[in-house]
Design a protein around this ligand. Structure first.
Ligand code: DCP
Ligand code: MG
Length: 415
């Protein structure tokens, strides 16, 4: 009998906050939010309690949300704080109205990275096929791991959860399902410190009632377009024919939506930590106008393309998706990209395709920043000249036609 495909998605619980609670265990069980930027707030606390072990600083000495003034947003909140409706991306002044007694701590990125590496290496010792999805989440292929099929994956999930807790004192939540798409949804079902097992047969009962946003890849823009078509739950999407979805959303997105709503996803768990994209961007000393400063912008644009091409060639990569990023003078961001039918690391090709992308954005406003990116990378030499299309949804799924691809905003990371 061939093994059933069992894919896990593991996501750390209130990650940045939980890392801070390791330093200050006396705050466990209290509402704590992370945000406000600099370490200044707790620096003052530390100075006032110099000489005292960190774990003995009284909880009452920490700064509270009610005293916060500024425009900072919350990066994450402990579960006790979430009970008050406080959460990621909420303005801190607004959060202060909901939970004034919450303690505010800054993030310690070095510490976060250390624990990120630690929990990931713990997993890799148990299950070798792990795909890094950012600082606090991974996919793990359980299919071939000894014991990975037991209880649908629950036994192995439990083992991993325990090992992570032993090595880091941090908790995580795990979803195990037939594929990445379902696993990602399942890991949220029983947060924090939970395990959820989803089978193909559970799609109708456990997936269809969920709002469309729970599909990883459907962001606010796609949600809005779906809502205009009276599609609110995943069941609503599933009840439409593939052709209808393709008519309304275009070939790639329509087909992907149909598959996603039916819980179908063939994407493999990709282990190697290959770069996803390479990009270069520059913020201008003064905002430039696409028409009036055309010559200057053109030169910068070409230079960015040459530099990205150089980066690719130096590091031995070629890519198929070429994109641009603009930031307007009002800080609004626009991105566009285009996928070509062959892999390239050629500056002229990149410049030409990026130039076409540029024609698809508003060029009547001043720009603060311009960026060029090449994605869908492959190792130079290993990539065939042309390649059949990826699995639906394999890359970042596109937002419905016409709007900026919302899942692409983070792809312009500096290489
Ligand atoms: N993060 C951030 N800005 C956001 C969202 C998250 O900086 N808008 C950071 C802080 C989080 C970490 O990324 O701790 C992981 O994000 P998650 O969405 O997984 O959130 P948490 O791990 O904090 O909570 P959960 O238990 O819901 O996973
Ligand atoms: Mg998390």
């Amino acid at each position: 009998m061939t093994a059933l495909r069992r894919i896990a998605h593991l996501d750390m619980d209130a990650f940045f906050a939980s890392v801070e609670l390791l330093r200050y265990p006396q705050l466990k069980g209290l509402p704590v939010v992370i945000g406000g930027g600099r370490r200044t707030a707790d620096d003052r606390v530390l100075q006032r309690h110099a000489g005292l072990p960190l774990s003995e600083i009284p909880a009452s000495a920490f700064p509270l949300l009610r005293d916060y003034v500024g425009r900072g947003v919350i990066t994450t909140a402990t579960y006790p704080a979430r009970q008050f409706g406080v959460g990621s991306a909420m303005g801190m002044m607004k959060a202060a109205k909901l939970c004034p007694q919450a303690i505010v701590l800054p993030v310690d990125f070095d510490e976060v990275r250390t624990y990120s590496r630690r929990f990931k290496s713990t997993i890799a010792e148990i299950a070798p096929v792990v795909e890094d999805r950012g600082v606090d989440e991974v996919y793990i292929d359980f299919t071939e791991v000894p014991g990975g099929q037991r209880e649908g994956g629950r036994a192995l999930a439990r083992l991993i959860q325990r090992a992570i807790f032993e090595n880091t004192a941090l908790t995580c939540s795990i979803g195990v399902a037939p594929n990445k798409l379902l696993a990602k949804m399942a890991s949220e079902f029983d947060k924090p410190n939970g395990i959820s097992i989803v089978y193909e047969a559970d799609v109708q009962t456990r997936i269809w009632p969920l709002p469309v946003r729970k599909i990883n890849g459907i962001g606010p823009k796609a949600e809005l377009k779906l809502a205009k078509l009276h599609l609110h739950t995943i069941a609503d999407i599933a009840s439409q024919s593939r052709d209808w979805l393709i008519d309304n959303f275009g070939m790639a997105t329509g087909a992907w939506l149909h598959d996603a709503a039916w819980g179908r996803d063939n994407r493999p768990v990709v282990t190697e930590s290959e770069p996803v994209s390479m990009s270069r961007e520059t913020t201008f000393e003064r905002d430039l106008h696409p028409v009036r400063d055309r010559a200057e912008l053109g030169a910068v644009f070409t230079d960015l393309c040459v530099k990205v091409a150089g980066d690719l060639q130096r590091k031995g990569y070629v890519g198929k998706t070429i994109g641009i990023k603009l930031r307007y003078d009002d800080f609004q961001i626009a991105t566009r990209d285009q996928t070509i039918d062959h892999f390239t690391a050629d500056a002229t090709t990149i410049r030409q395709i990026a130039g076409q992308c540029l024609k698809r954005v508003d060029l009547s406003r001043r720009l603060r920043l311009l960026g060029v990116r090449v994605g869908k990378l492959a190792k130079a030499g290993s990539a065939p000249a042309t390649q059949i299309a990826d699995q639906p949804g394999a890359g970042a799924p596109r937002a419905p036609s016409g709007s900026a691809p919302e899942v692409n905003l983070d792809l312009f990371e500096r290489s």
